[in-house]
Design a binder for this molecule. Structure first.
Ligand code: MN
Length: 203
């Protein structure tokens, strides 16, 4: 199999009480695993494409054969998004960013509080299933965008620095319809070191 489910960098219960163990177990072991399986199935007859990094496929969706384009967009996007997402959280994380990341956020959003408010509002307002993102553009300017379904900003030439899954499967067992509570809890587990590394890699 070309694409593999990456190891989760912590135990299912590691993000408790903010993200519950049962949600992590199903989200990683069922949802993410299914995106990987369906991506592999879609590219079974396209071994050259199956050898490429998934981000390369998502950067050039228009160049893919029409019969696999939607499957790569949805299941490849799901694989790529969740692979990013697990690393963006960590036990005992949260707090505030530091260094160059903090300076970039201050410049773009007039401080970390302003950034968190704008990001939280965008994530809460997103209708249906999708993701909220902090992205860097080609000039390294930071902004907040949302994407529907499993789309990733990388398909629009943007670099995802921080992302939050707001599909109901990400929070429903613990938070039911209270998406804003899930978003608030996310700030307690954000792995700013990984966010800083993503921004650094975008430079
Ligand atoms: Mn998800």
């Amino acid at each position: 199999m070309a694409f593999k489910l990456p190891d989760l960098p912590y135990d299912f219960a590691a993000l408790e009480p903010h993200i519950d163990a049962r949600t992590m177990e199903i989200h990683y072991g069922k949802h993410h695993a299914t995106y990987v399986a369906k991506l592999n199935a879609a590219l079974e007859k396209h071994p050259a494409l199956a050898q490429k990094p998934v981000e390369d496929l998502l950067k050039s969706l228009d160049s893919l054969p029409a019969e696999v384009r939607t499957a790569v967009r949805n299941h490849g996007g799901g694989h790529f998004n969740h692979s990013l997402f697990w690393k963006l959280m960590a036990p005992g994380a949260g707090g505030n960013p530091t260094g160059a990341l903090a300076a970039a956020i201050d410049k773009a959003f007039n401080g970390i509080t302003g950034f968190q408010e704008q990001f939280s509002s965008a994530a809460a307002a997103l209708f249906g299933s999708g993701w909220a993102w902090l992205v860097a553009d080609a000039s390294r300017k930071l902004s907040i965008v949302t994407t529907p379904n499993q789309d990733n900003p990388i398909s629009q030439g943007l670099v995802p620095v921080l992302g939050l899954d707001v599909w109901e499967h990400a929070y429903y067992l613990k938070y039911q319809n209270r998406r804003p509570d899930y978003i608030a809890a996310f700030w307690s587990v954000v792995n700013w070191k990984q966010v800083a590394a993503n921004l650094e890699a975008a430079r």
